[in-house]
Design a protein around this ligand. Sequence first.
Ligand SMILES: Nc1nc2c(c(=O)[nH]1)N[C@H]1C(S)=C(S)[C@@H](COP(=O)(O)OP(=O)(O)OC[C@H]3O[C@@H](n4cnc5c(=O)[nH]c(N)nc54)[C@H](O)[C@@H]3O)O[C@H]1N2
Ligand SMILES: Nc1nc2c(c(=O)[nH]1)N[C@H]1C(S)=C(S)[C@@H](COP(=O)(O)OP(=O)(O)OC[C@H]3O[C@@H](n4cnc5c(=O)[nH]c(N)nc54)[C@H](O)[C@@H]3O)O[C@H]1N2
Ligand SMILES: [Mo]
Length: 674
Amino acid sequence: MENLRTFCPLDCPDACTLEARVDEGRLISLDAGVGNPLTQGFICGKVRNVTRHIHAAPRILHPLLRSGPKSEGKFHPVDWKTALDAVEHGLREAVRVHGHESVLPYCYGGSNGFLTQDALDLRFFRRLGSSQILRTFCAAPTGRAATGLYGRMAGVALEDYVHARCIVLWGVNPNASGIHLVPILKEARARGAKLIVVDPRVTTLAKEADLHLQLRPGTDLPVALALAGELFRRGAAAAAFLAEHVSEVDEFRRRAEKWTFTEAAATAGLKVAELERFLELWLPATPAVIRCGWGLERNRHGGSAVAAVLALPAIAGKFGVRGGGYTMSMGGAWKPDVEALVRAPAPTTRSINMNQLGQALTELRDPPVAALWVYNANPAVTAPDQARVLAGLQRKDLFTIVHEQVLTDTARLADVVLPATHFLEHHELARGYGSLVVQQASPVLKAPGLARSNHDVFTEMLARFELVEEGDTFSVEDCVAALLKNAPEGERIARELAEHGCSFPPCGHTPVQFVDVFPLTSDRRIHLVPEALDAEAPRGLYHFEASAPDALHPFTLISPARAETITSTFAQLLAGPAPVHMSPEDATSLGLVDGDPVRLSGERGRAGFPVRIDAALKPGTLMMHKGWWRHHAPNGFTANLFAPDTLADLGGGACFNDARVAVEKLVPRPAAKA
Ligand SMILES: Nc1nc2c(c(=O)[nH]1)N[C@H]1C(S)=C(S)[C@@H](COP(=O)(O)OP(=O)(O)OC[C@H]3O[C@@H](n4cnc5c(=O)[nH]c(N)nc54)[C@H](O)[C@@H]3O)O[C@H]1N2
Ligand SMILES: Nc1nc2c(c(=O)[nH]1)N[C@H]1C(S)=C(S)[C@@H](COP(=O)(O)OP(=O)(O)OC[C@H]3O[C@@H](n4cnc5c(=O)[nH]c(N)nc54)[C@H](O)[C@@H]3O)O[C@H]1N2
Ligand SMILES: [Mo]
């Protein structure tokens, strides 16, 4: 029996350090490893049970070639040479007939590691001259807002929340999406901290909170602006801090003061007294911290909303104390030197927004998308506008390669399926985005069957297409060295990774904002109305378009994370059917009881689901978890059928939580008489 140190690179803020107990090549157990202040002690249930995903069907063990039409999803196993011959032929044909830009790589954060994404894959696709994919599923609006205002300054470490006297969870649900914050919140509250939750649902933490702003989805912008405007009106803005550290204060103030508490409350479906209470709890508290999540970015005003939320601690001068300020993604606070590994100039080929895959596959011409290579992603169930995505993936003249661990809904529509390793089976280097940690691990398990890592597959593709250049690095050691050599504090990090597998950049474990870390903007000031963001947002930054009530589609459908899966990863292990959650009031007025079938109709399609009556929702808001697979839904469509492929105001971000639908009760047909 061996105890091996590793870590979890899945798309979750926590980035747990793990200890794997392995006996003769089999994983016996996986639990928290030591040395990581945020994650030691316990890990989430889904990764603790990862053996079910690693060893259970439908794990792909061999390369597969499609037999018969795409609609049948039938495959036969082949060896790697046959599979890669087919891949090579398909790509070369696309290039011959339609040119290089007809090839589209499609990947997201399957494993958020520096060796599985934007590594040899990017080297290959850049040198090939393929179209580029804009990775905008997630964190694109928050990233733009945080970069514009603060230049991605490191946030308050989650461990430091124990010091806070008031904690705001804004559009984030740590019970599902980052569980190591939960005991920290408990400790902070035991020490007397107040908790505020801003969320359209009564989450577990909202239930316990001192204040829950249960706003309508997509109305964070007027709420945050009204809170900011009120700080100025009350003379509670931190004048000295603003003068010393903040730019465009007057312009921001002008835009914020347009929103009174009365107007914002009416728009968001809140009471004025609730906004008053927010300021009563948060304003006098020192330290006070805002944990901004991702739920609020996924709509047409998402970028401006996040910017307005992040402006609040600046206006109230909440920085300079341990546990005070804000936390957004830590992902930007440290980056390795990706270009040194990729070694191919940034291309000038066309870019395709991943949120508009359906459009790209069905409408793009000159050239069309003729070959699609999907890895680290499952767009058949994770991308918006699902009907068009599926129509595109079913195109007879589209050559699709899917490199996957399990036979996902996307893989089922491929021409060639390549078996991928799991993070316990390949080398990885990754950093957390909830804590400032960089980790590196070697495989703790042997790859099953013929599975290969992304690294190995793209190594071979570079050779097959004769795209290898002098000086290219290929071994894992050389690739890691290239990534770290010129990275900030690369030498120290490399040394610590070699010694402990784990390192904490950039300044020890827990930086204090405006003591240890400052805005990474060009003048080290906070910019409340950055020019670039103001130009990018279609109607200017902080502009709120009050949408007319849509009589045809009166409900808003949101699709947040759930504890058992990471988006669609691990969801094959869940039993269906996928329910649509509805408030008790709406259920009563539609004459529905729990389990009744309903039909949801939106602009992009209609589909049936059983209803789940859920007191966590207010009338008008529906919820279906993200990540269900097609077989979980009665008509083979999930929440993504209704997610529009329109874009957020910043970063080309997704609008998953901006889905508008109508609901009808389905009367089950009486069974036919024998
Ligand atoms: N177990 C688990 N963990 C995960 C994931 C997972 O799928 N499962 N996903 C990972 C990924 S990819 C990400 S990006 C993060 C996401 O982590 P979170 O930021 O927690 O993201 P969500 O679950 O999408 O949304 C958080 C909350 O926002 C609320 N919300 C929805 N619309 C709005 C709105 O308009 N305004 C406000 N204020 N709140 C709103 C939702 O009800 C939800 O409770 O979690 C990561 N961790
Ligand atoms: N309705 C709705 N949809 C959403 C969201 C929402 O809020 N609502 N949220 C969105 C968000 S936040 C995100 S981040 C996206 C995530 O969307 P995706 O990136 O598509 O994420 P997953 O569903 O986790 O799929 C990742 C796939 O990568 C595979 N994989 C993992 N590691 C490797 C590897 O090393 N190599 C290869 N080749 N494959 C690997 C896994 O097996 C898995 O099938 O979903 C988005 N979809
Ligand atoms: Mo995400």
